[in-house]
Write a protein that binds this ligand. Structure first.
Ligand code: RIB
Length: 285
């Protein structure tokens, strides 16, 4: 069994602040850190740490940030199928408040150069049991990959943007948060175009819907340090469970535990739990 994640990699430049500033406002940070991040990289890391045989397809710059992301992927057990771009590695400017909420601005850099797929990338995608993608790379490439895939296609529609029909017809399962679901026309509308949908609800858990069934997966109460990458952790752990042929609802329960564990630590990649941590977790921990 195998998972291929096609997507972005960023280095996250994270400022801790008491509260996220409004327009025109300047605030002083209470701390600063850089971490490996990017939705694709985070999801690949989460899938591999959750136990899936995982390949990441993406583009990094020929720079220290790119080298850092490559090292991070391989350290987590991901096979990187990463091309080197003339553009710098993507970066994300993130502020994290004292309550763990964040705001993020992404500079796509090398991620924007992933405008086509090489024969080796196509072959990895075509041979995967599951392909997971997000929307921080050109949507034409996401659509091409969805067309090529012969296994299940899972799309995390983040950050939200209009989705072409040509893409949606190849998607087996869509993962969105409440905000993204609303921007894309609502859960009922989306279920008219994709057969299965997971709506992540943050601390409240997730809703798993097919055209015939709805399952509420309750959230897990934990002390929140940083919510950055929690959605990505959910997606990666979710496909890792699906890859083990776990049913949708149970896969969402497993992913909810992984996401809850991730918000207890700072940063995106550094916070993603291992399989052992997920399996050992008890709600009272
Ligand atoms: O989802 C969190 C991620 O969004 C961060 O790691 C950042 O790089 C942006 O891509």
């Amino acid at each position: 069994m195998s998972v291929v994640i096609v997507g972005s990699g960023n280095v996250d430049l994270v400022s801790q602040v008491e509260r996220i500033p409004g327009p025109g406002e300047t605030v002083l940070s209470t701390g600063f850190a850089t971490h490996a991040g990017g939705k694709g990289n985070n999801q690949a890391t989460a899938a591999a740490r959750a136990g899936a045989s995982t390949t990441f397809v993406g583009a990094f710059g020929d720079d220290d940030n790119g080298a850092r992301l490559l090292a991070s992927l391989t350290d987590s057990g991901v096979r990187p199928l990463v091309r080197t771009s003339d553009e710098p590695t993507g970066t994300a400017l993130i502020t994290v408040s004292a309550t763990g909420e964040n705001s993020i601005v992404v500079n796509a850099g090398a991620n924007a150069t992933l405008t086509d797929l090489t024969p080796e990338e196509r072959s990895a995608i075509a041979g995967a049991d599951l392909v997971l993608m997000q929307l921080e790379i050109p949507i034409e490439t996401v659509t091409s990959a969805a067309r090529i895939a012969s296994g299940r296609v899972v799309l995390n529609a983040a950050p939200a943007r209009p989705l072409p029909c040509d893409l949606l017809t190849h998607v087996d399962l869509l993962i969105v948060n409440e905000h993204e679901a609303a921007l894309l026309g609502g859960a009922d509308h989306l279920l008219g175009v994709v057969p299965a949908l997971v709506v992540t609800l943050g601390a409240k858990g997730a809703l798993v819907r097919t055209r015939d069934t709805t399952t509420e997966v309750p959230g897990i109460a934990v002390d929140v340090v940083d919510t950055t990458g929690a959605g990505d952790t959910f997606c990666g752990a979710f496909v890792a469970a699906l890859d083990e042929r776990v049913p949708l609802d149970d896969a969402a329960r497993f992913a909810t535990v992984a996401a809850a564990l991730s918000v207890r630590r700072a940063g995106a990649v550094p916070a993603i739990p291992t399989r052992e941590e997920i399996d050992d977790f008890h709600p009272d921990d």
